[in-house]
Design a binder for this molecule. Structure first.
Ligand code: SF4
Ligand code: SF4
Length: 153
């Protein structure tokens, strides 16, 4: 009780030193590397880099990634995601999808941490939205991993 009262009195007398922010008027600056909203990366020609291997959907503990694969016209690529959706209401921001991706096609470096919508279905982000997201720190773009460069056959 003494501890509680001492914190209460201290906070009232020194409101400016309280470890809270006046959200949403004031927002914290998140540390570099903090996981934000997902984005899908693109090849140099603007096409989606994802090859619909389902690794991210398989590893996702919240089962919130939905992918529908389609045959790619380029046999060297084989598949691409006709549908790629993430239900942000179920996502726990663990980052497993990013770690599991063999071709650096999904990242959580958008720097977008606030999500809001008025309907549940609007929290499901689609491929087109994921492709429109940009990296928060473009200069930190990680080198391409895993797959060798694709060549036209
Ligand atoms: S961050 Fe975790 S919970 Fe969210 S989509 Fe990726 S694997 Fe699933
Ligand atoms: S793991 Fe990567 S390449 Fe595979 S489906 Fe997910 S985003 Fe696409």
């Amino acid at each position: 009780m003494f501890l509680t009262m001492s914190h209460l009195v201290n906070n009232v007398l020194h409101a400016d030193q309280m470890p809270v922010v006046d959200y949403p008027l004031e927002q914290k600056t998140m540390p570099k590397g903090y996981r934000g909203k997902h984005r899908l990366t693109q090849r140099d020609d603007g096409s989606v880099k994802c090859v619909a291997c389902m690794m991210c959907a398989t590893v996702c503990p919240a089962l919130c990634i939905h992918i529908e694969a389609e045959q790619h016209e380029n046999p060297a690529i084989e598949k691409y995601p006709k549908v790629f959706e993430i239900d942000l209401l179920r996502c726990v921001y663990c980052g497993y999808c990013v770690e599991a991706c063999p071709c650096d096609a999904i990242r959580m470096d958008s720097g977008v941490y606030t999500i809001f919508a008025s309907k549940r279905e609007d929290f499901v982000i689609h491929k087109e939205q994921l492709l429109q997201m940009s990296p928060q720190y473009p200069e930190d773009a990680r080198p391409k991993q895993g797959m060798p460069p694709l060549t036209e056959s």
